[in-house]
Each structure stands twice: as C-alpha cells, then as structure tokens.
Design a protein around this ligand. Structure first.
Ligand SMILES: Nc1ncnc2c1ncn2[C@@H]1O[C@H](COP(=O)(O)OP(=O)(O)OP(=O)(O)O)[C@@H](O)[C@H]1O
Ligand SMILES: [Mg+2]
Length: 356
C-alpha cells in the first residue's frame, strides 16, 4: 500500500553490505525518478587468495564503509535518507493470506501466523508487514510478512554504527531486489523471476503485478564458480578468479581442453547446474502453490550475473528467456557513468530508491 508522504530529502543513499563486496549508491531525487550522483563497489574479502567465509569477521566491514564514504565524499552526518538491508539465514519474507482483521488485531495475529511460517523463535523475532490487497469477494487479506531476528538486526546496526551510519530504513534483501526491479523495469502481466547472484548466495524472488510473491535463497554464487574453475581446470584461486572474470563458464578458446583430476570431478555437479536445478524446483513449487506458470523472464543481477555464459546456461536449462538486469530505467546516468551500468548495483539502487 502506498502512503502519500511528502519527501523531505533531496538525496538518498543505499548501502548493500554483501559477504564479498559493499555497494554504495548515492542518488539525487528528481521531480520524476532519480539521478546517479556517485557509487562505489569494494570487496571486503582477501584478494588473490582462497578464503573461508566463516573465518572472516564482521569487523572487516566498518573500515571499508568509512573508506568508501570518504572516496564518495559523503559525510555520514549529512545523509538525510539512508536505506540498508539484511539477508541470509535468519531473515524471511512470505506472502500469506488471512481473514480480514482490523489494525489493532492484525499485528498480534500476524505474530502468531509468522511463527508458523518463519523459522525464527518467537521471543527473538522482529516482524514487519505490509497489506498487499484485500480480496473483494472473500474479504481476505493478502499480506507480505517480513521477519528477522533481533540478533541479526543488532549485528547489522552495530556494523553501521561503528562507521557512523544510522539507517532510516532497514529492508530485507529479497524485498529490495523486487523493489529495484519494480522501479526500473517495464513490467507487463505475468510472472518474473529475479536472481540476485552474489558471492555466497543467490536471492531468488518470484513476483508479478498480480502474482504471489515468493522468495528464497539458493546457497551458491560467484565464490562457487571460482572453486569450480579451480577444480575443473586445476588452477590456483587467483588464476581461477582471473579465468572467471575473463571467460566465466565458457572455455578458453585458446585452450579448450579441460583436464580433470579424477572421474569424481567429471560427475560432480557444477554450480550453474545446481542453481538451475534449484530454480526449476522452485518454479515447480510456485506453479503448485500459486497456480500461475506464466513465467515471462528471468532477470540476473548481483556481481555473479556478470559471469559470462550464465544467462545463456539458465535460459537453456530452465527454458525461460533470461537476461541481465540493468537497474537504470528510472535512474538518470551522467555522461561519465554511461558505460558503467552494472547489475552488481541493483540491490543498492533498489535500496536508495526506497523513499517510504
Ligand atoms: N565480471 C564478473 N564476472 C564474474 N563474476 C564477477 C564479476 N564481477 C564480480 N563477480 C563476482 O561477483 C561476486 C560478488 O557479487 P556481489 O557483490 O553481488 O556479492 P555479495 O553481495 O558481496 O555476496 P552475497 O550476496 O552472497 O553476500 C563475487 O563472487 C565476484 O567474484
Ligand atoms: Mg549480495
């Protein structure tokens, strides 16, 4: 539901803190749409060497954020509107249906409802919701429930706090993905599949103007493409990363033969195959759950979307037209950024464009 609220700020900042990179987008609000003032993408993981995610500490983020803001010449105190997001294991978004309830009853009813749908223990749960529609015939309400745990939220605000940042809105990754798409695409009827391919996970959102919202995370991303290349092509991490940036999933045209170490390596499933399978499984589930199979397009965003051959691979395996999503339809790009349209910024742009 849209509230008609006057917007009091002229500039907005969206920050997407990923496990691999931090993305900051600084936008100016125009009469209609936005203008990109500046942006920055910076990795937070060791470069050139293989790392184990669980060994990396959340303390690594604040210094990166401070440096990025300096580069962008943004003083944390001057930010009038900051939107960030959280994602991962203890966050969840679900569309549910309830009987019509007045406001004062709705919240407590949803809390109990949420506990049924969302695997977070009751006392630790932070809940938000949005009434999407009230069905005319039945008077039932369609509601989008967003939940996370106090611990996840506290950890997120602690990181931002250390960098002097205080968000006005904290969104959930998959909602920001949907928002970025909704505000930057020519959406027709039907159902769209959005894949935000990160480094360690891929947020999948299935959504359409009249279709049920569905979101889940697939535990694969760019990190796994690199480790596949290491294994398949017998390369060190740094070489495999270089290979990935150059050829992605494709063969090096000058050296197309792949030596495998053992039979096991040939039979082991590739990351792209695992993603395609999870995707197919989710689409099947969606068709059953939502009774809608009008899939129009798969859009890829996130750093992993840039992996050469990925869009073609998924299109072939899932049989739905697939393309890379460039979130700039309603974001005016100054000349100096014209050739820098980057799907890795999609989520941060969705955040910065969230003004209410
Ligand atoms: N041009 C490119 N080709 C292939 N992969 C790329 C390219 N650019 C970035 N990547 C990969 O994209 C990933 C980073 O993307 P992104 O910033 O979306 O992830 P993240 O948000 O930090 O991770 P997550 O969402 O999993 O927490 C890395 O694995 C990186 O190697
Ligand atoms: Mg991410």
């Amino acid at each position: 539901m849209k509230k008609n609220k006057t917007v009091r700020f002229k500039e907005t900042v969206g920050i997407d803190i990923g496990t691999h990179s931090v993305k900051i987008v600084h936008l100016k609000k125009l009469h209609e749409g936005f203008k990109l003032l500046n942006y920055e993408v910076r990795p937070t993981v060791p470069q050139g060497v293989e790392y184990v995610l669980s060994d990396l500490r959340p303390e690594r983020y604040a210094p990166v954020l401070v440096e990025m803001l300096k580069t962008l010449r943004i003083s944390p105190k001057q930010i009038k509107h900051l939107v960030t997001s959280i994602g991962g294991d203890n966050t969840s978004i679900k569309q549910i249906k309830t009987i019509f309830l007045p406001d004062e009853e709705l919240e407590s009813a949803l809390f109990f409802e949420a506990k049924k749908h969302i695997p977070i223990s009751g006392s630790d749960m932070v809940l938000d919701y949005q009434v999407l529609s009230v069905e005319e015939k039945t008077n039932n309400m369609n509601i989008l429930l967003a939940a996370t745990s106090k611990e996840v939220l506290n950890e997120h605000t602690r990181i931002l706090d250390t960098a002097g940042l205080h968000p006005h809105i904290v969104d959930i990754d998959s909602l920001a993905v949907a928002n970025s798409f909704l505000l930057n695409a020519y959406v027709e009827d039907g159902v769209y599949v959005l894949l935000n391919v990160g480094a360690h996970r891929t947020n999948m959102v299935i959504w359409g103007p009249d279709a049920k919202f569905f979101a889940r995370d697939i535990p694969y991303g760019g990190y796994h493409f690199t480790t596949d290349i290491m294994r398949k092509r017998q390369l060190e991490w740094a070489e495999a990363e270089e290979y990935k940036f150059k050829y992605g999933l494709l063969d090096d045209p000058d050296n197309p033969t792949v030596q495998t170490i053992s039979m096991l390596d040939i039979t082991e499933k590739s990351t792209e195959d695992a993603i395609a399978e999870e995707l197919r499984r989710s689409l099947r589930f969606y068709v059953k759950e939502a009774g809608n199979s009008d899939f129009r397009k798969i859009y890829l965003m996130g750093g992993g979307a840039k992996t050469k051959g990925l869009a073609e691979y998924l299109q072939d395996k899932v049989n739905v037209p697939t393309e890379i999503f460039l979130p700039f339809i309603n974001v005016e790009m100054p000349e100096k950024f014209q050739d820098k349209k980057d799907p890795q910024l999609a989520l941060a742009i969705g955040l910065a464009m969230r003004i209410e």
